[in-house]
Design a protein around this ligand. Sequence first.
Ligand SMILES: Nc1ncnc2c1ncn2[C@@H]1O[C@H](COP(=O)(O)OP(=O)(O)OP(=O)(O)O)[C@@H](O)[C@H]1O
Ligand SMILES: [Mg+2]
Length: 268
Amino acid sequence: MTGTAAGAAPAFVEVKRLAVTYGDAPILEGVSVGVAEGALVTIVGASGCGKSTFLRILLGQERPTGGTVAIDGAPIAPEPDPNRGIVFQKSSVFPHLTVRGNLMLPFEIAGGGPLARLFGARRRAARQKADAMMERIGLAHAADRYPAQLSGGMQQRLALGQALLPRPKILLLDEPFGALDPGTRREMQALLVELWRETGMTVFMVTHDIQEAFDLGTRILVFDKIRHDPQHPHAYGATITYDIPLKGPVAEALRPATPANLNVKDAF
Ligand SMILES: Nc1ncnc2c1ncn2[C@@H]1O[C@H](COP(=O)(O)OP(=O)(O)OP(=O)(O)O)[C@@H](O)[C@H]1O
Ligand SMILES: [Mg+2]
């Protein structure tokens, strides 16, 4: 199932017969999928089956060995561009910059490279946007702290904020909440769903937590090998074996696990 009928207009993200081979080891083969704009696609699959590789292809960080990937009707650009942002499992924010510094960075890069300083009105506008995002991700009180002085959840909120500031049309998330405790993970899931609804962006999120995949996604893709040779376990690549439409983020799953929002009367 590809999500696009033959002859229909291409989907927002259109992947056709994608193949990736490292050396002579096929990693992905025959991956075809069409994803509508605004979808929240969750991706699950065994460790090493090529999920991160798939995200790197969508990011434009890597070229496929075969097949095509088009976004909004155009072949994917050969390198990352501001239309696509990524957040990894381990925070990828810059350790030597404060929270505010990290959030200003996307504007400094857009202004001429990481060493280019912004001045005057442009700097003020960038700072305003950075501060608004800081508020939005709940880090306003930590503006001058460095990443090492933040909790894991705060670091991931910062990484999410940084990825969102260039207003990407596609957000790629590689196990973004995998290293967080269950309470923080729920808060982050709720924040992600809020931001997804506000921006209308298309999200691809890899997770090892099948429950999270079902709770958050509007669609779940399962990557697996359809052929397996026990003598040569690396002889075949993985493809999409299940492609299941879902209702979308499950409200109950996003409620905080803490009883903080319980009405006192409920306790009796
Ligand atoms: N640059 C590379 N060169 C050679 N092999 C690579 C490279 N990147 C990844 N691989 C191999 O490709 C396979 C898929 O890797 P990938 O990181 O995409 O898997 P994954 O599904 O994200 O796994 P995990 O769930 O553990 O994160 C692995 O066998 C890995 O060793
Ligand atoms: Mg991975």
